[in-house]
Design a protein around this ligand. Structure first.
Ligand SMILES: CC(C)(COP(=O)(O)OP(=O)(O)OC[C@H]1O[C@@H](n2cnc3c(N)ncnc32)[C@H](O)[C@@H]1OP(=O)(O)O)[C@@H](O)C(=O)NCCC(=O)NCCS
Length: 156
């Protein structure tokens, strides 16, 4: 793996590949995400000017992040989604993509939601300086609480 990691906006051609592994990810299967449904969601994001970046290594798209600049309380940035391709996880790509999104956001505060059962992602976010400030029971699907994580950026 000699190619370096780069970041760029999502392109239409990236969508089928991302949708394939997102639909195969157990986390999103719990939310009934399908390949076609997720592809449509990304395409809609692209069409409506959403801020979605991908991480690439060579020709491979190995991750994406969806950022909403003032998506929390019309005041703070909100990380709506982040995913790393299964074979590229645990290698620092998620950290690099989050740092890229944080820099792009230029926000004093960043919020995100993480499922109560997704303890791996909770540890990941904690390593990056986020901590839980609240909990929304049955918010997206019945029986699952969404934990509200928050990070105040030190330099803004
Ligand atoms: C969660 C996810 C985005 C993390 O990306 P990643 O590339 O695997 O994570 P990284 O390798 O960059 O890890 C960054 C840091 O978090 C830590 N970390 C990551 N996963 C961890 C885990 N399961 N347990 C403990 N620490 C963990 C790493 O040790 C690393 O710490 P360090 O940089 O201080 O050594 C990725 O695994 C993923 O896409 N998971 C499935 C989808 C998902 O859960 N998305 C988030 C919820 S929407």
């Amino acid at each position: 793996m000699t190619d370096s990691l780069t970041f760029r906006p999502l392109a239409r051609a990236d969508i089928p590949g991302i949708a394939r592994w997102v639909a195969a990810t157990p986390l999103w299967q719990r939310y009934n995400v399908t390949e076609a449904g997720f592809a449509a969601r990304l395409a809609d994001g692209l069409a409506t000017g959403a801020t979605i970046f991908v991480a690439t290594r060579g020709d491979d798209v190995i991750g994406f992040v969806w950022l909403v600049a003032r998506g929390a309380f019309n005041r703070s940035a909100y990380i709506q989604l982040i995913g790393i391709r299964p074979d590229a996880r645990a290698g620092g790509v998620g950290r690099a993509l989050m740092q890229f999104a944080e820099t792009h956001a230029q926000a004093r505060d960043i919020f995100l939601l993480v499922s109560d059962f997704n303890t791996d992602a909770q540890k990941f976010y904690a390593r990056l300086g986020y901590h839980q400030v609240g909990k929304l029971d049955d918010y997206v699907i019945q029986g699952v609480s969404e934990l509200i994580f928050w990070k105040r950026m030190a330099n803004l």
